[in-house]
Design a protein around this ligand. Sequence first.
Ligand code: HEC
Length: 130
Amino acid sequence: MIRISLALGAIAAVAVVFAAQAASAEDDPKFKDTARLYDTYCAQCHGLNRNGKGVNTVGLSVQPRDHSDAAAMASLPRDQMVRAIRDGGASVNKSALMPPWSSVFTDAQIEQMADYLGHVCKCGKTNQEK
Ligand code: HEC
């Protein structure tokens, strides 16, 4: 019995090493789950490339924010970003075309999304200051 669990432990350790290697330097593993949420819920508007050019933007009267624009994103206070994601664009006097996500994400997931956006725009230092 002990031998079997030791063997399983060794297999698990190898699996962890492989998983870590699979993630590229560009795709920080700590944001893997959040990046997947973004692809599912945000990319339709904000784009698979995070540049605001999603497939669902044709005919939107206000274009989605370009999350890869370091200068523009750095000027967004983190609080405002969190609130826009949680309660929608209208809650921060922006377009209601940006939907609220509080019924989809937990508060922790919304905070992680704000961290992730700081990572995407490479202006994280400004945005991660609380
Ligand atoms: C239906 C299209 C749509 C979807 C889906 C969407 N957004 Fe947006 N988002 C917008 C639009 C449009 C704006 C621009 C609002 C404005 O500038 O008035 C925006 C703006 C934003 C902003 C900037 C808010 C500000 O204060 O300027 C953030 C941050 C944001 N979106 C995050 C997200 C995240 C994270 C998701 C996924 C969970 C998401 N959005 C999904 C349309 C969308």
